[in-house]
Design a protein around this ligand. Structure first.
Ligand SMILES: C[S@@+](CC[C@H](N)C(=O)[O-])C[C@H]1O[C@@H](n2cnc3c(N)ncnc32)[C@H](O)[C@@H]1O
Length: 241
C-alpha cells in the first residue's frame, strides 16, 4: 500500500510503498522508540542520526528487528559484538539500543578493502567498497564511546576473533555478506553467547548472498535453538537455548 508521511524537518508530505500489514507499526515504533526520521521519500529514508541509508521498506524492518531483539537482551549478562561493520551505521544503532547498559561493543571488520567472494557467493553482487576505516567508524560512534565502550578489531575475522576468546556475549550481529566470514563468526560466537542471548544474521535467504543461508543452515543443522526469519526485513534471528 502507499503510505503518506510528513517529513519532520520541512513538513513536506511524501509517499512510500510499504507492506500493508506491518509497515505502519514499524513506522510508529521507529518514530516513538528510536528517534525521528529525517527524510522519507518513495525509495529512500535516512534514519536521522545513524547514517543508515534505508533504501527499501525491508531496511526499516531490519532496524525494527534489531531494536526488538536488543531490548530482549539488555538485561542479560555479556557484551555485544558485530561482525561486519562497514561505515558503522548498525553499530551506532546497537549502541543506541543498548544505551545505559554499559555493555562493551566489539566491532570486527577489515575496516579496509572487503574480502573476495568465495565459491559459495555470487561475486557480481559483491562490489569492493572504498573509504572504510576505523577512524570513520569511531567518529560515527563518538557520542557512545566516551566511557570506552567501543573496541575495534581490524582484519579478517579468522585473524582477530581470538582477541575476545574470554568474553561472553548477549547479542551478536553478523552482517558480512559472505559465506566464509559468516561461518567463521558463527563458529566463534555461538559457544560464547549466553542462554537467551541472540545472534542476528543479516541477508539470510536473499538471492544476492546465498552463502549466508548456506553457512547458517549448515551451522544450525543439528542444533535446537529457536530460529526465526523476519519476513519484513533481511534478518534471521537465533535465540540461544
Ligand atoms: C554489508 S557490510 C556491513 C554493514 C553494516 N553492518 C551496516 O549495516 O552498517 C559487510 C562488511 O563485512 C566485512 N567483512 C566481510 N567478510 C569479512 C571477514 N571475513 N573479515 C572481516 N570483515 C569482513 C566487510 O569488510 C564489510 O565492511
Amino acid at each position: 500500500m502507499r503510505v503518506r508521511l510528513r517529513t519532520p524537518d520541512t513538513g513536506e508530505v511524501k509517499e512510500m510503498i510499504v507492506q500493508r500489514d506491518v509497515m505502519p507499526t514499524m513506522m510508529y515504533s521507529a518514530r516513538s522508540r528510536m528517534g525521528s526520521l529525517k527524510d522519507i521519500s518513495p525509495n529512500r529514508a535516512v534514519y536521522y542520526d545513524s547514517g543508515l541509508s534505508i533504501t527499501m521498506p525491508q531496511s526499516m524492518g531490519d532496524v525494527w528487528c534489531l531494536n526488538n531483539a536488543a531490548r530482549s537482551c539488555r538485561n542479560l549478562e555479556g557484551d555485544i559484538a558485530e561482525a561486519g561493520v562497514y561505515y558503522g551505521s548498525t553499530a551506532r544503532l546497537l549502541m543506541r539500543f543498548f544505551d545505559g547498559t554499559n555493555k562493551t561493543i566489539h566491532l570486527f571488520d577489515t575496516f579496509d578493502t572487503m574480502p573476495p567472494a568465495g565459491e559459495n557467493d555470487i561475486a557480481e553482487y559483491w562490489h569492493p567498497k572504498t573509504g572504510l576505516s576505523v577512524e570513520r567508524v569511531l567518529a560515527l560512534l563518538q557520542d557512545y564511546n566516551r566511557a570506552g565502550l567501543v573496541r575495534t578489531y581490524k582484519g579478517l575475522f579468522k585473524d582477530t576473533l581470538h582477541n575476545v576468546n574470554d568474553k561472553k556475549f548477549c547479542f551478536v550481529h553478523i552482517d558480512c555478506d559472505l559465506y566464509g566470514g559468516c561461518r567463521d563468526a558463527l563458529e566463534f560466537f555461538y559457544p560464547r553467547v549466553v542462554q537467551g542471548g541472540a545472534i542476528l544474521i543479516h541477508d539470510y535467504d536473499t538471492t544476492a548472498f546465498p552463502g549466508i543461508l548456506k553457512a547458517v543452515d549448515e551451522f544450525f543443522a543439528y542444533k535446537s535453538d529457536l530460529r526465526v526469519s523476519n519476513r519484513y526485513g533481511f534478518h534471521h534471528v537465533v535465540v540461544k537455548r
